[in-house]
Design a protein around this ligand. Structure first.
Ligand code: CO
Length: 139
């Protein structure tokens, strides 16, 4: 596998609205998408564009959201994961597992509409890594 482009940095927040206001008013972000629900991942999502990448704001959607525990530990929110693009998610998953890294669950549709997986932070130096199939990639 060859490491692809850094697609986004995932930031958990108890309030997308408050985080959007901070990125806009404090940091000067101008391109901010509309929030949307991503039930498959149990999160509400909003993208803030930086010139070279994006911040993915994620807020819990429902009590079973996978980020509820993270926000209990980090009540004001915090950096949650980083996401790199890969050409083929199934090949990436097989390669992670062949190299002994734990992949969390099966590939599922992520916030950009392509398949994603998460690699356990235990195997990646404490950083939750999302791998995302590059949009528009044919295989
Ligand atoms: Co993400």
């Amino acid at each position: 596998m060859k490491l692809g482009r850094l697609n986004h940095v995932g930031v958990a927040t108890p309030s997308i609205e408050k985080s959007v206001a901070m990125y806009r008013d404090l940091l000067g972000a101008e391109a901010i998408g509309a929030p949307f629900d991503l039930p498959a991942q149990g999160v509400r999502v909003c993208f803030v564009d930086a010139p070279n990448s994006q911040i993915e704001l994620i807020e819990p959607l429902g009590e079973a959201s996978p980020i509820v525990k993270f926000l209990e530990k980090n009540p004001t929110g915090g950096q949650h994961h980083i996401c790199f693009e890969v050409p083929d998610i199934h090949k990436a998953k097989a390669e992670m597992e062949a190299k002994g890294a734990k992949v969390l669950g099966e590939p599922r549709i992520g916030a950009h509409g392509t398949l994603v997986i998460f690699v356990h932070p235990r195997d990646t130096g404490g950083v939750l890594i999302e791998l995302m199939e590059t949009p528009g990639q044919a295989h």
